[in-house]
Design a binder for this molecule. Structure first.
Ligand code: C5P
Length: 235
């Protein structure tokens, strides 16, 4: 874990609200009650009224991770990050290009919003990068962008669980590492290819875990979240 070692256990669990409408998301949030303090809103929900929901969640004392994966010219990214900072979100993703990360960091100013870099999308392999004109394969590009994230002074990186341990060694405690692709033992893997249990991901050095379907599609989402939190407590 990073110097974020003081983060309370409950704030290490981020539930992905991967639903189409703010109403469906609000229902999940109500079911989860005080068991969950941190929610991720991605592109689908953001374009369907999710930004107003984000404001309401923040008013209720929840933390919000806006997974908007910004990438544009620096002036635009800087102003967009400033707007997200004013909204009161806790995390915002940008693609991990040096100009984009530096611009987002400037836009945040002294606000508590942390910018997270998306290094290389996990849907890309070496052949996809080559076809897109990159000289590096996935592994080397992730490492290069992690170093550039440190240089840009952003808050953290989104990484698959299997990259966390090597990346923790590489960046030390300078960045928070946030990991999706988490499955409690026995849970359905779904479309995730490489998964890790909550406890294993924390032990590998993750600071926050992003978990969606194992909680949101459980018969009892609150019980599922509480079970994951107890597993995390034992890590
Ligand atoms: O339902 P599940 O736990 O698989 O949800 C994981 C969340 O993390 C989803 O919102 C998904 O978009 C996101 N994510 C991911 N893998 C990545 C990046 C983001 O699963 N490489």
């Amino acid at each position: 874990m990073s110097d974020a070692a003081a983060i309370p256990l409950r704030d290490r669990l981020i539930v992905a609200l991967d639903v189409a409408t703010p109403e469906a998301a609000a229902e999940l949030v109500a079911q989860l009650g005080d068991s969950v303090s941190f929610y991720k809103i991605g592109l689908e929900l953001a374009y369907g009224g999710g930004l107003s929901l984000a404001e309401r969640l923040i008013d209720q004392g929840k933390q919000v991770f806006l997974d908007l994966k910004l990438h544009d010219i620096p002036a635009t990214v800087e102003k967009a990050a400033a707007q997200v900072a004013r909204l009161g979100a806790t995390f915002l993703t940008v693609h991990a290009f040096p100009q984009t990360m530096a611009a987002a960091r400037r836009g945040v100013g002294a606000a508590p919003l942390l910018i997270l870099g998306v290094t290389v999308m996990t849907s890309y392999d070496d052949a996809d990068l080559e076809a897109a004109g990159y000289a590096f394969g996935v592994r080397d590009l992730v490492a290069r962008r992690a170093d550039q994230a440190v240089a840009a002074g952003i808050g953290g990186l989104i990484l698959s669980a299997e990259e966390v341990s090597a990346m923790r060694t590489r960046v030390g405690s300078s960045l928070r590492l946030i990991t999706p692709g988490i499955r409690p033992a026995g849970a359905a893997v779904g479309d995730q290819k490489r998964v890790m249990t909550p406890a294993a991901a924390l032990r590998a050095g993750a600071d926050h875990l992003v978990i969606g379907r194992p909680i949101t599609q459980a018969a009892d989402p609150r019980a599922a979240a509480e079970a994951i939190l107890s597993e995390m407590a034992g890590a």
